[in-house]
Ligand binder design. Structure first.
Ligand SMILES: [Mg+2]
Length: 435
């Protein structure tokens, strides 16, 4: 915990401050306008205008040049952009995150809980042909579920959940095949064992089966049938193997579509996982991700993000667990699943409240739209001033043109702010991938 927190803090310290274009522009713009106003007054005084006229021109310049639209341009767009995102379950935790999201070119993703549900599920039940009889798949599951009812292991709970789903647990008590178990014993790292109607039932990994003399090695024909990437648990009754239940943490149904969308956007995709190669590969193949690193330790995740950044990549990291937190903080934009741990959400810049990975591409598109909107706002805010100032200064008067009354200048100035606000409100019509 302490090490992860330290990594998170360091990553925060290393973050570059975000430059604000409008601030830079305003920093130059304001003194320039003051000089122009002074020059205008001096010019009209020099050409013998009345005090009233001198004051009128000078004030018109100051009023029309008021950079309030310029000051509004960025915050209003960010406010509408983040608000629209939040309405659809995309929570930008700060304005720099919204700004940074548009420039991402690499997406690094955690596997468990991010691309996958994060909970193992029964994916396959295999039965074993024996000399006397073969148990049906349902029976294999029923035996396993009866014993696993006392287990707190995630795999055990998944077996019971599957049995409940198939409505077998109800039959369990009804048909009395396995009325009650006794002598339940959980062997950590191996499996569980219990006695049922005088039958000794074993549910666990090959090591347990070996220790209990069921088999010394997994039968080859059985091993071939097991999907790669899944975790098999073996079921034996009275020292005889009756079947295998395979469990896997399946990819979320929307993960594949999300990956395809990332590819359409031209993003480089990388998957990171602490899990072994085979389960990483299974998820990568299923979701269409070509590049992945398996067996990655939590601190290595942040290190990998750093490596990509060192190569000039702008990295968006998506994760859910406490082990992803350092990488989320290190990334240019950290994106956490709403179902994830509090630490992950706390260190991230964007939270996906609906746990839908497709919202990541939405977040990037929304960021791009917001940045585009800011540029339009700056253009309009600035355009008003560029056109308005010479007219307000009375430049057209010697050429026989009109002068701009300070009152009209005030109206134009207000209108430029209104146009900037109206332009930003258009962001509310941003179309989401799925809402
Ligand atoms: Mg995870």
């Amino acid at each position: 915990m302490a090490r992860i927190i330290r990594l998170v803090e360091n990553a925060h310290l290393e973050k570059a401050p975000v430059d604000r274009l409008a601030d830079q522009v305003a920093g130059i713009f304001v003194p320039v306008v003051l000089v122009i106003a002074a020059l205008t007054g001096f010019f009209w005084w020099y050409s013998g205008a009345s005090a009233n006229e001198i004051l009128s021109y000078t004030v018109a310049v100051l009023v029309i040049a008021c950079p309030c639209a310029l000051g509004l341009a960025t915050p209003i767009a960010i406010m509408v952009g983040t608000g629209t995102g939040a309405q659809h379950g995309i929570l930008f935790r700060n304005a720099p995150a919204l700004e940074a999201a548009h420039g991402l070119d690499t997406i690094i993703m955690d596997k468990t809980g991010t691309l996958t549900e994060g909970r193992p599920k029964v994916t396959q039940i295999l039965t074993v042909d024996a000399d006397s009889s073969t148990f049906a798949e349902a029976e294999v599951l029923r035996f396993a579920a009866a014993v696993e009812q006392g287990s707190e292991h995630p795999l055990g709970r998944a077996v019971v959940a599957e049995a409940e789903k198939q409505n077998l647990t109800a039959n369990l008590t009804a048909n009395l095949t396995l009325p009650e178990i006794s002598g339940f014993e959980a062997k950590t790292g191996f499996g569980v064992k219990a006695v049922c109607n005088g039958n000794l039932i074993l549910v666990g990994n090959p090591a347990l089966m070996h220790a209990e003399n069921v088999f010394s090695e997994v039968p080859e024909n059985l091993e071939k049938q097991i999907f790669s990437g899944s975790t098999p648990i073996y079921v034996a009754v009275d020292g005889r193997l009756i079947g295998v239940i395979c469990l896997a943490d399946e990819a979320r149904p929307e993960s594949k579509a999300a990956v395809r969308k990332f590819q359409e956007l031209g993003l480089e995709l990388v998957m990171l996982t602490g899990d072994q190669q085979s389960s990483a590969e299974a998820v990568a193949v299923k979701t269409g991700i070509a590049k992945f690193h398996a067996g990655v330790l939590p601190e290595e995740k942040a290190e990998i993000v750093k490596q990509y950044q060192a190569q000039g990549a702008r990295v968006g990291m998506i994760g859910d667990g406490i082990n992803d937190a350092p990488a989320l903080a290190q990334a240019d934009v950290g994106i956490a699943m709403g179902s994830g741990s509090d630490v992950a959400m706390e260190t991230s810049d964007v939270v996906l409240m609906k746990n839908d990975l497709r919202h990541v591409s939405d977040a990037l598109m929304l960021s791009r739209a917001t940045l585009r909107n800011i540029r339009q706002n700056l253009f309009w805010a600035f355009g008003y001033n560029v056109i308005g100032i010479p007219i307000a200064a009375g430049l057209l008067v010697p050429l026989g043109g009109p002068a701009l009354h300070p009152m009209l200048a005030a109206g134009a100035m207000a209108f430029s702010s209104v146009s900037v606000v109206m332009n930003s409100l258009r962001l509310r019509g941003f179309s989401f991938f799925k809402s």
